[in-house]
Design a protein around this ligand. Structure first.
Ligand SMILES: [Zn+2]
Length: 315
């Protein structure tokens, strides 16, 4: 039986009907409203347009921020969706009370999708990092998604890498996210162009700095530009050092690395594996596979739906 998956993001709420094999049968999206009554309406509309009169096996909801997965209550959600704080997502969409409604943080939802149908299938211990504008993360330990005492566990992007590093949005400084993320890499590249350093980046982006993306840094590095290589290689070294620490703590069977920067493929994976390997081979005595996600889930809807399937698998 199919499940309704919903991903609540800052700009759009995406929904989809997902079958028991993790395939997206139908999908839709609406802009994220700026207030609670609009939000309730949007969620109800999305539900009725996708489900209609069909029976569903449950509803899975992924959302940014910190959520209590037991109750679906939003504990902390800074930004435009802050009006959801304190509310239970399961009670907002007019969902049938006859089916289970499960909600969790979007990074954990993505990992749940990997556990059900992807690279963490059949694994008891796994890590996932999502390398985008920030760095998301989730941990499976002993076959369970790690949630921690206050539902914060798994924020791998906010692991301290540099004690004296730049300030982070979380209030700490030197977090992984300030060292390896699209924003971090673009920030360094822009500073270099701003100073007028000799680089392809300066030549190409001096007059259109706002178009300077993380992808452009990887491209210039691949073309042999020394400055771009320095930024890329430093960022990869720091990411590798962070993952090495995580491997020593969690000893996983597999590390799943996804997100928009991971689309660089082997240009990232190969040096990252090398960096992690030399730092961990003495203690771990093996190379832990570093792989892309197995579920293609740009919308986050499949991961959200897996929260329901995963729960039924546990039972
Ligand atoms: Zn942080």
């Amino acid at each position: 039986v199919n499940v309704l998956g919903i991903d609540i993001g800052g700009t759009r709420i995406k929904g989809g009907v997902v079958d028991a094999h993790g395939k997206l049968v139908r999908e839709s999206a609406v802009p994220t409203p700026g207030d609670l009554s609009g939000f309730r309406n949007a969620l109800s509309e999305l539900r009725s347009s996708l489900v209609g009169g069909n029976a569903m096996g449950g509803v899975g909801i992924g959302c940014k921020g910190i959520l209590d997965s037991e109750t679906s209550q939003v504990l902390a959600l800074p930004g435009t969706l802050h009006f959801l704080e304190g509310l239970r997502l399961a009670e907002l969409g007019g969902f049938s009370t006859n089916v289970p409604v499960r909600a969790d943080n979007d990074a954990r939802a993505a990992m749940a999708g990997e556990m059900a149908w992807g690279a963490a299938q059949g694994r008891r211990d796994a890590l996932m990092l999502t390398l985008g504008t920030g760095v998301g993360g989730a941990v499976v330990a002993n076959g369970k998604l790690l949630r921690g005492a206050g539902s914060v566990a798994g924020h791998l992007g906010h692991m301290t890498i540099d004690a004296d590093g730049p300030l982070c949005i979380c209030g700490n400084r030197g977090c992984l996210e300030t060292q390896f993320s699209a924003h971090a890499i673009e920030g360094q590249a822009m500073a270099l162009v701003h100073r007028g350093c000799r680089s392809l980046l300066t030549e190409r982006y001096r007059h259109r700095l706002h178009e300077l993306t993380c992808r452009a840094v990887f491209e210039c590095a691949a073309e042999g530009d020394d400055a771009a290589r320095l930024i890329r290689d430093t960022a990869i070294r720091r990411l590798g050092s962070g993952i090495a620490g995580l491997l020593h703590i969690l000893d996983p069977e597999v590390v799943i690395v996804g997100g928009q920067i991971a689309e660089a493929g082997e240009a990232l994976f190969e040096p990252l594996r090398r960096e992690i390997r030399w730092r961990t081979e003495c203690l771990l005595r093996r190379a832990v596979p570093l792989v892309p996600p197995g579920v293609v889930d740009k919308s986050g809807v499949i991961g959200a739906a897996s929260l329901v399937f995963g729960a039924s698998l546990e039972a």
